[in-house]
Design a binder for this molecule. Structure first.
Ligand SMILES: NC(=O)c1ccc[n+]([C@@H]2O[C@H](COP(=O)([O-])OP(=O)(O)OC[C@H]3O[C@@H](n4cnc5c(N)ncnc54)[C@H](O)[C@@H]3O)[C@@H](O)[C@H]2O)c1
Length: 290
């Protein structure tokens, strides 16, 4: 089976970016959202990103129009019938993802592949909602998907070897630089990153270092492009806490549990860049103001 037509469920932050990669790379893509308004919002995000590519000389206006011509929008799941792979980027909750995969299982051809962009849920548990767990795989992009080269191809407990290889080749075909791993909490990158960021937050209190100096230490001493406090602000303090909880549930290692300092910040509404304040303060455009 060759992948020619892609289905994208959810055209939010991640889904719009992934759909953009697919149409830019020559794949007919059907984008499904819950309402026409959400679909239009996703389309607008894609158009904006592609317009920027034209401005920067990365593509011509004609190439942009051809790419946009490959995208169709729908609110009906049934319109995904005939897709060779469907990628899911809906809300990060097991129930809705399992419901979606069970429904898609009944709509798609028997050899179609189902991929989930989940960050922290078990690919194996999502796959178990279908009668084709061998054809279910994790395809974990990083934000912003059109920009960051990495994709984790995550093999669930029952994922067929051939499917993992095909999805790896597909990730390359849409311009990514994939790595392959098995389905464990946090996969590879978040498994390493989340506890390290939690360690950094604990060091703030232990060493009584300021967020500015901790970030400076990691940037100049470790060569990090961004210090841990600025990075948590960028990721979202709530997202870091949520990811920590998922990892802690999986491994029960104390350093994976969210530091109380972060939990307190979430309770106070200090979520980082998106709320205007986290460890640092930001203006409306997300630029640091202190
Ligand atoms: N944002 C990130 O940095 C990031 C990075 C990697 C992976 N992810 C994962 O990607 C997925 C989507 O994240 P996002 O940031 O794009 O979210 P988002 O909220 O921006 O978009 C989710 C979209 O899914 C739709 N949706 C929500 N519930 C649905 C349902 N039950 N059925 C169908 N559609 C539904 C919404 O209309 C929305 O447009 C999540 O699983 C998340 O963990 C996010």
């Amino acid at each position: 089976m060759e992948i020619r037509k892609v289905g994208m469920v959810g055209l939010g932050t991640m889904g719009a970016g992934i759909a953009q990669l697919c149409i830019q790379s020559g794949f007919e893509t059907v984008g499904r959202e819950m309402t026409p308004e959400f679909a239009e919002r996703g389309h607008a995000q894609i158009s904006r990103f592609l317009a920027r590519n034209v401005e920067k000389g990365r593509m011509t206006a004609e190439e942009r129009d051809t790419a946009l011509g490959r995208l169709t929008l729908t609110t009906e799941l049934e319109d995904l019938a005939g897709c060779d792979i469907v990628i899911e980027a809906i809300v990060e909750q097991l129930g809705p993802k399992r419901d979606l995969f069970a429904a898609l299982d009944g709509i798609l051809d028997a050899d179609a592949i189902l991929a989930t962009n989940t960050s922290a849920l078990s690919v194996t548990e999502i796959a178990a909602a279908t009668k084709r767990p061998g054809r279910v795989v994790g395809l974990h992009f990083f934000n912003p998907a059109p920009v960051l080269p990495l994709v984790e191809v995550v093999r669930g407990q029952l994922t067929d070897e051939a499917v993992a290889q095909q999805v790896y080749a597909f990730a390359k075909a849409i311009g990514k630089d994939p790595i392959v791993c098995h389905d464990t909490p946090g996969f590879v990158v978040n498994r390493v990153l989340i506890p390290v960021l939690n360690d950094a937050v604990r060091v703030l209190d232990e060493a009584r270092v300021t967020p500015e100096d901790l970030d400076k230490g990691c940037r100049y001493g470790l060569g990090w492009p961004l210090g841990p406090c600025a990075l948590i602000d960028l990721i979202g303090v709530d997202v870091q806490v949520h990811a920590s909880e998922a990892l802690y549930e999986g491994f029960r290692e104390p350093r994976m549990a969210a530091p109380s300092r972060l939990v307190n910040m979430v309770n106070a509404g200090l979520l980082g860049r998106k709320s205007g304040e986290g460890f640092f303060r930001y203006d409306e455009q997300g630029n640091r103001v202190d």
